[in-house]
Write a protein that binds this ligand. Structure first.
Ligand code: NAG
Ligand code: NAG
Ligand code: NAG
Ligand code: NAG
Ligand code: NAG
Length: 495
């Protein structure tokens, strides 16, 4: 479950993802703000505290006031997040993606104002879900580069754009991750930390890069996270072509590039890509990295400078990118409650409208894969008893409450709720095949065989499942795929 300080945070996301046991994500969980000129008027003398100046001038002023050691302290950050979107993407509704982002950022601002949240979101995950066995595929918008790009850009716009239309401002800072060609976690002993994805330039350009490109160019995302894996023999966080060359050079990122958590440590200690820790730090920074999730740079950047592998110009550029993002978020504008969105608070979290939107997402995302004549929608007059069967059946309160009293397994219609859960597919756990877990296939066929009325198969899953047998079985009248829809999904399925 979510840790206590996140438990009320992002009710909206929780509705979509709570059954995944995921943590609504924020990269910083303490409210940071500087330049409170009302309690300390002398601060007005610092240009970096002056919201009327442009971001570059303010950042330059701030950086000029820091020692090298202080700057190195701004190269690191420690946190993660894990949002899930596969069902949302299945709505194919671009305006809905943006609306969701907007609701999430409003709730984030509300919680930030009362000190319960940060404003840096390391989401969305726009990796291409090419291998259906990948446990984290559920976090992504799926396998299609075009849809993933549209999702990424729209969601990012919803999260980031302020209502006053000022492009220099950020409502929250999003992060498109994990760059790039990452879709294995832990498959038959192959770990993401050391995996080397061999990808042709064409596949990179056609498949893996488009969502990131779209995030940066169409979404104007404030951050991109490089992944753990290598691409064609080079760790992504230490590849100058992929970072400086593509993200900053070709796509013109306005923001910062961050490592996945501890990935510099993996690059050095697991991949043995570099000979010393200082070389690792220097390689990453010189490749275009700005921020390190973890403490690798705080431990090794200074000695990399001392050894002449890294210079302060590169460090200045990195901290400037990080500070510019904080500036745009308003961290240097003083008391957040006196700024745009300063009036938001707990009353704006988990509103009825937001709950209804979560249900709407589930309704639009659920996919009807098969529907024989006379099956769905069930007729309330013809169907007096409804049997609900399956390991996932208890999740759908709305449906189970309709079933006939607590002993009969056979009704006028049968709903079989099957599929997977977080014990089968999740971060750090890939599947080895795409068949239904355990004895589900047998159970489904046997139940269908003895049923009199419509048999409705509901598949809960993040990744694809091979259900050809059910498609071919004439006794199974309908098949629905529902992702991991959460509480809102029960109501949505019932409708
Ligand atoms: C701020 O600047 C003004 C005018 O230059 C000066 O009189 C004042 O002492 C400064 N305040 C601080 C705290 O430095
Ligand atoms: C997208 O979602 C919105 C909000 O629910 C809805 O009004 C709109 O009709 C949907 N668009 C499509 C193309 O389904
Ligand atoms: C700092 O290092 C970068 C990357 O190696 C190099 O391009 C640049 O010329 C160096 N700058 C200075 C002032 O040494
Ligand atoms: C079903 O869910 C309810 C509410 O979450 C719970 O109290 C109950 O123990 C569950 N039953 C089973 C069989 O898991
Ligand atoms: C279906 O039921 C019939 C009659 O009871 C039985 O002969 C047959 O083996 C069953 N088929 C399956 C797939 O369970």
């Amino acid at each position: 479950m979510a840790p206590a300080n996140h438990s009320v945070f992002l009710c909206f996301s929780i509705f979509l993802i709570i059954l995944l046991n995921s943590r609504p994500g924020i990269a910083q969980n303490r409210p940071v703000y500087a330049c409170d000129t009302s309690s300390n008027p002398g601060l007005k003398n610092f240009s970096f505290c002056d919201p009327s100046l442009d971001v570059t001038t303010r950042v330059d002023d701030l950086v000029s006031r820091l020692t090298l050691q202080e700057k190195i302290g701004w190269l690191v950050n420690a946190a993660k997040d894990f949002p899930q979107v596969i069902l949302t993407a299945a709505t194919f509704n671009e305006s809905l993606f943006e609306t969701i982002g907007k609701v999430v950022s409003t709730e984030a601002r509300a919680m930030y104002n009362v000190g319960l949240a940060g404003l840096t979101f390391w989401s969305p995950n726009v990796n291409i879900f090419r291998d259906p066995r990948w446990g984290r595929g559920q976090e992504t918008p799926g396998e299609d580069p075009l849809l993933s790009g549209k999702y990424g850009a729209a969601y990012v716009r919803g999260l980031q754009q302020t209502d006053d239309g000022d492009k220099d401002k950020l409502k929250v800072a999003a992060c498109c991750k994990h760059y790039t060609a990452y879709d294995v976690d832990n498959w038959k002993g192959i770990q993401r930390y050391t995996f080397n994805a061999l990808v042709t330039q064409q596949d990179l350009d056609d498949t893996f890069q488009p969502p990131f490109k779209s995030c940066v160019i169409d979404g104007n995302v404030a951050s991109v996270m490089c992944s753990y894996n290598q691409v064609n023999g080079k760790p992504t966080c230490g590849d100058p072509d992929l970072l400086s060359g593509v993200i900053r050079g070709q796509w013109k990122l306005n923001g910062y590039i961050v490592t996945d958590c501890d990935s510099l440590n993996e690059m050095f200690n697991s991949q043995h890509y570099t000979k010393t820790a200082e070389e690792t730090a220097a390689l990453a920074m010189n490749s275009g990295l700005d921020l390190n999730c973890g403490d690798f740079l705080s431990k090794n950047a200074q000695s990399a400078v001392n050894k002449g592998l890294l210079n302060e110009t590169v460090i200045n550029k990195a901290v400037s990118n990080n500070f510019a993002t904080m500036m745009r978020l308003g961290f240097f504008n003083g008391d957040p409650t006196k700024q745009l969105y300063g009036n938001l608070g707990p009353k704006d979290v988990c509103t009825t409208a937001n709950q209804e939107l979560a249900r709407e997402v589930a309704r639009q995302g659920i996919v009807l894969l098969k529907n024989a004549k006379g099956s769905l929608p069930l007729s309330p007059t013809a169907i007096k008893t409804l049997a609900v069967i399956g390991p996932n059946a208890n999740v759908t309160h709305t449906i189970s409450s309709r079933r006939d009293q607590e002993s009969s397994r056979r009704g006028d219609a049968v709903v079989l709720v099957m599929g997977s859960d977080q014990s089968i597919e999740r971060e750090s756990l890939d599947r080895v095949d795409i068949t239904l877990p355990g004895q589900q296939k047998l159970l489904i066929s046997e139940v269908a065989n003895v049923s009199k009325g419509p048999v409705i198969l509901v598949i809960m899953s993040g990744g694809g499942m091979d259900i050809q047998f059910a498609k071919d079985d004439p006794k199974i009248s309908s098949i629905l795929w529902v992702g991991f829809p959460g509480e809102a999904g029960g109501a949505a399925i019932a409708m």
